[in-house]
Design a binder for this molecule. Structure first.
Ligand SMILES: [Cu+2]
Length: 383
């Protein structure tokens, strides 16, 4: 059904003040009490951009410094904008558990739901800084380090503090409904490795890579869960994860992998816009169930329109012959394994980086503080 999402999106454009509440499945009573200012604003985020160039989503380290600062600023401006209570960033973050925790996770709608969610978030970012796009975080790059928490990713230039309260970087001293923003990188589960990616890409249909059918080795939701838990604190639980900006770049990579998978499907003569499993597990993942985002249905999530009309992905960084930096001043090529790895932080100065030489194990420069105590009693967990 190639035009369903188009129709839905245009209905939303034509009738922007429709009552989103009436369309939501009432999974929680909190859903019915969404603030009207939030509903109005949320409705305005459902639109198809005019035909033209697609937004380009790049690997986080492949952004220019100006692009990266724009990305950070757009998020900070959403957090500062209290015209929607408590602020626009937190209001959008709340959608990840209020309305949709059950339809967004634990089944094949996992991929489509998060795809739509990212587009809404990206539309919100662009209200603040024109033409910004969400970068994706290829976490296999950090996986190539012995100690991923030392990566430049957790320096003040990028996402900030890896362990303890985030006190460095663009999101330092952020508060969330789940306590101060914090991380606990590297104490549980794992990041994804190149074999995980190959295993996913070797599969044929969406049922091979999603719950309830996929085995762990090719289950993209399970592999993504491991990354959430690996990052710790807010990121480790469904209800709090979207309050950490890391959430959006992590999910953009999952979406990148799914888009690669869809491209493979087309090359094999399959139509990804018709690939939705018959056996879906929970009823909330049925194709004609509400997605819980505007008037979209679960089946709209597999429509091609998102990557035909809205965005595309730039390829992941790879080792470049006759170069050592993988195309980014923040990455280098480990030629012995043919893998791009991030620069690591200098122990004595968080902003300085170890520029050359092999990746050396060093003691982290941050002090451990805080803990996971805020996260003991949540309802939803990343299995
Ligand atoms: Cu999620």
């Amino acid at each position: 059904m190639p035009s369903l999402a188009i129709c839905v999106l245009f209905i939303l454009v034509l009738f922007p003040n429709y009552d989103i509440d009436a369309q939501q499945t009432s999974l929680t009573s909190a859903n019915r009490s969404l603030d009207p200012r939030f509903l109005n604003w949320l409705n305005s985020l459902f639109f198809l951009p005019p035909e033209g160039e697609l937004r380009v989503r790049k690997e986080y380290r492949m952004l220019t410094d100006a692009e990266r600062n724009n990305f950070h600023n757009s998020i900070r401006l959403l957090k500062q904008d209290t015209s929607v209570p408590p602020n626009k960033f937190d209001a959008l973050a709340s959608l990840h558990h209020l309305n949709t925790a059950l339809s967004a996770h634990g089944g094949p709608n996992f991929l489509g739901w998060h795809r739509v969610y990212l587009v809404l978030f990206e539309n919100a970012m662009r209200e603040k800084v024109a033409n910004v796009t969400i970068p994706y975080w290829d976490n296999t790059i950090e996986e190539g380090l012995q100690s991923p928490r030392q990566s430049i990713l957790f320096s003040p230039l990028f996402m900030g503090t890896a362990n303890g309260q985030v006190t460095q970087g663009p999101f330092s001293f952020w508060s969330t409904p789940f306590g101060p923003l914090g991380r606990d990188v590297g104490n549980d589960r794992r990041l994804m490795n190149p074999n995980d990616i190959s295993a996913i890409m070797s599969q044929t249909i969406i049922a091979d890579i999603t719950n309830p059918n996929a085995p762990d080795a090719t289950n993209i939701e399970e592999l993504h869960n491991d990354v959430h838990v690996y990052l710790g604190q807010q990121m480790s639980r469904i209800e709090s994860a979207s309050y950490d900006p890391l959430f959006y770049i992590h999910h953009a990579f999952i979406d990148y992998l799914w888009e690669d998978f869809r491209t493979n499907q087309r090359m094999r003569g399959l139509d990804p816009a018709r690939d939705y499993p018959r056996i879906v597990g929970e009823q909330t993942h049925q194709p004609l169930a509400s997605m819980g985002l505007g008037r979209l249905l679960v089946i709209d999530g597999i429509n091609d329109i998102f990557t035909r009309r809205i965005y595309r992905y730039e390829r992941r960084p790879t080792c470049i012959p006759n170069s050592n930096n993988c195309g980014s001043q923040y990455l280098r090529c480990d030629w012995s394994r043919q893998r791009c790895v991030p620069l690591i932080m200098n122990q004595n100065s968080p902003t300085a980086m170890a520029q050359t030489g092999p990746v050396v194990q060093r003691l982290p420069w941050w002090s451990r503080q805080g803990g996971a105590t805020t996260f003991g009693n949540g309802q939803f967990v990343f299995g």
